[in-house]
Design a protein around this ligand. Structure first.
Ligand code: CUV
Ligand code: SF4
Length: 655
């Protein structure tokens, strides 16, 4: 018996079945050779709980967990399942679902709050290592906060002092998290009909924190026990994420660090170099990584690296931190979420510095087997393992902290073992898109010429717009869903806007290049991409930058010719390999902003069919968008295309 158990613990993944990517396969195999387990192996050894997966396990009080599995053969007649307190499957699934929204909205919004705090301290001239890089962006967002950008002096209208504007915007922005009255400023950026829908439904977020707290209250035992009312609060918190915390994070990051414009770079583990100091930044907030980039590129640090026998310093990013520094600095992307352990398995990672979100605790165990220094930097994200260093990052001496970290990596270069093995795979990518650059590259406006997005959608060269985003998931083959969905969409002339790990996956596959147009696209999309010189998949950044997709959709609506609301657009959303709570929050603000949104893998609602139907059918009647689940990637894309065609028909542009 014992022997059987031991064998079970040693289960290993089949590298080819685990990922479509060669570099990933190689590194999984290498880890196995070295006797180091990775998430791919652990996914073989531990299977998820079937009841939890269906969303019908409640542990909101100590009388539970109450588990309400679907009867074999389905429900016949009345569904009599209930927990000790009487909670129905709908109540339990809805409570679990909106708690996921709370988790996701909290993560994005707390990230935004941190940026807002740094911005305020910069505006007040209290931190000197950052500056306002994009004053135009500041001027463009000021009106949304009712902050004047001009003053009248003796009847003459003059530009207002930029520092004054900055302080006022920063104070008002930071106040969005906890203001006592009113509603979020940015809600008015949505198309007017959408704002009116939210208002009618009573889901206008009051402030960001409150909507998250209220979810925790309403899902406590014995509070809200009506799934429709529960999901309404989920909606309010999700909108507070997408049109609040995330949008503020994106905007204030643009003001502080610059609005992204297209840049060329590379992606996959092959960006690491065996003769360079490899410093990997992983996590989400660019507040830290911006400084690391500046420190690593400083001549003094490069000289120091050379004095230690390296040819230079190679930075690489993982997860959304990668996306942030890719968008603004062209720093190469080393890995997606699922490849994070593998970056250390190369034996060439001299330091990995992490901040918040999507950081696997097992990094510490892997790092133990190599010389890699693993450094946590955020007060809210530490690790228990004793080989992890904590260097707390503080905006008031940001550069000093960053230099300390870069120096640590350089000093560690000489400690590498002989066992360096960097996979060769990498691909070129053009990233750095945003609302501004989509407009710029497609004719300088959204409508009125041969080149614009709206005109090309109306004339049918572009069939529609898809937002394909989100994580990797160790329960599905790494990157397979991402790539299959995106390829099917562009083959059918649907232009793809990407963020998060989908963006990284597409980059690794070479889909973020203008050349991809002639290889993978239908004739219409290919023609547009070739004419204006853009990739068919436009990388808009990190997860908080999904707010850029909302604003791009809004600009398309406002430019005219494609209906009056986001729900009228020939557009759809997708997260083929989602896993995080943030993905549920994103999915839900897409849905309640009017977007048909399909998730891959699973939705934790299947054990509560009535609640599931409510999300997938009834919400469409209210918001024009709805949830769907499709595991097969080609069908997944086809469902999105069918929705796009339905909208084209309604607009009368289906010919
Ligand atoms: Ni924020 S949330 S795995 S890094 S996209 Fe990547 Fe993106 Fe999901 Fe995490
Ligand atoms: Fe069970 Fe109700 Fe407690 Fe949930 S809240 S664990 S359903 S008794």
């Amino acid at each position: 018996e014992k022997a059987v158990k031991k064998e079970k613990a040693l289960k290993v993944a089949d590298p080819v079945k685990a990922s479509i990517d060669k570099a990933t396969q190689e590194m999984i195999a290498r880890a196995q050779d070295l006797g180091i387990d990775t998430i791919f192996d652990r996914a073989e050894s531990m299977k998820p709980c079937n009841i939890g997966m269906q969303g019908i396990c409640c542990k909101n009080c100590s009388m539970g967990p109450c588990r309400l599995p679907l009867p074999k053969g389905g429900i016949e007649g009345e569904d009599t399942r209930k927990g000790l307190c009487g909670a129905t499957p709908n109540t339990i699934a809805a409570r679990n679902f909106i708690r996921m929204i709370a988790g996701g909205a909290a993560a994005h919004s707390d990230h935004g709050r941190c940026v807002a705090e740094v911005f305020l301290s910069v505006a007040r001239k209290e931190s000197h290592d950052y500056a306002i890089k994009d004053a135009d962006k500041l001027l463009s967002i000021a009106p949304y906060f009712d902050v004047a950008t001009t003053v009248e002096v003796d009847g003459e209208v003059l530009d207002r002092d930029i520092d004054e504007i900055a302080v006022e915007v920063a104070e008002k922005a930071l106040n969005e998290w906890g203001k006592a009255e009113g509603e979020l400023y940015y809600l008015k950026r949505a198309p007017a009909p959408l704002y009116e829908k939210w208002k009618k439904q009573g889901v206008l977020p009051r402030n960001i924190d409150r909507e998250i707290v209220e979810i925790m209250h309403r899902t406590h035992i014995g509070v809200d026990q009506d799934y429709k009312n529960l999901i309404k609060q989920g909606t309010r918190a999700a909108i507070a994420d997408g049109w609040g915390g995330s949008m503020l994070a994106t905007d204030l990051q643009d003001v502080l660090f610059g609005t992204p414009y297209p840049v060329q770079s590379e992606a996959n583990l092959g960006v690491m170099k065996d003769d360079h100091v490899n410093l990997i930044v992983h996590g989400h907030e660019p507040v830290l990584s911006e400084m690391i980039v500046a420190a690593a590129q400083s001549p003094a640090m490069v000289e120091y690296a050379k004095s230690k026998g390296a040819k230079g310093i190679q930075l690489g990013g993982i997860c959304c931190t990668a996306n942030e520094i890719l968008q603004r600095h062209g720093i190469p992307t080393a890995a997606t979420f699922l490849q994070q352990e593998l970056a250390i398995i190369t034996g060439a990672c001299d330091a990995m510095v992490v901040d918040i979100q999507c950081i696997m605790q097992n990094l510490a165990n892997v790092a133990k087997c190599f010389h890699t220094k693993l450094i946590t930097t955020h007060p809210i994200a530490k690790m228990e393992q004793d080989n992890v260093m904590h260097i707390e990052f503080d905006e008031h001496h940001a550069m000093e902290d960053a230099e300390k970290i870069v120096k640590l990596a350089i000093d560690n270069f000489k400690n590498r073992g002989a066992e360096v093995m960097i996979p060769r795979q990498k691909n070129t990518q053009i990233a750095g898109f945003g609302v501004e650059s989509i407009e710029y590259h497609l004719g300088g406006s959204f409508r009125g010429t041969y080149y614009t997005l709206n005109d090309n959608i109306i004339n049918g060269r572009i069939r529609g717009i898809a937002g394909v985003v989100g994580c990797n998931n160790a329960r599905t083959r790494h990157n397979e869903g991402h790539i299959a969905v995106v390829k099917e969409l562009i083959k059918n002339d649907v232009i793809v806007l990407t963020t998060g790990c989908n963006g990284i996956a597409c980059a690794m596959e070479g889909l973020l290049t203008p050349e991809a147009a002639s290889v993978y696209c239908g004739p219409g999309l290919a023609e547009v991409c070739e004419t204006v010189g853009i990739p068919p998949v436009l990388h808009l950044g990190s997860c908080v930058d999904n707010s850029r997709i909302l604003l791009a959709a809004t600009e398309v609506v406002k430019a005219g010719g494609l209906g009056k609301d986001i729900s009228d657009l020939p557009a759809a959303g997708s997260a083929p390999e989602w896993m995080s709570e943030k993905a549920i929050s994103i999915g839900h603000y897409f849905v309640t902003s009017g977007v048909y949104t399909v998730f891959g893998y699973m939705l934790p609602t299947s054990g509560a069919p009535v609640f599931h139907d409510y999300l997938s059918k009834e919400l469409e009647k209210i918001y024009g968008g709805m949830w769907d689940l499709e595991v097969d990637p080609v069908k997944h894309a086809q469902k999105m295309i069918a929705h796009i065609d339905k909208k084209r028909k309604a607009l009368g542009i289906d010919k």
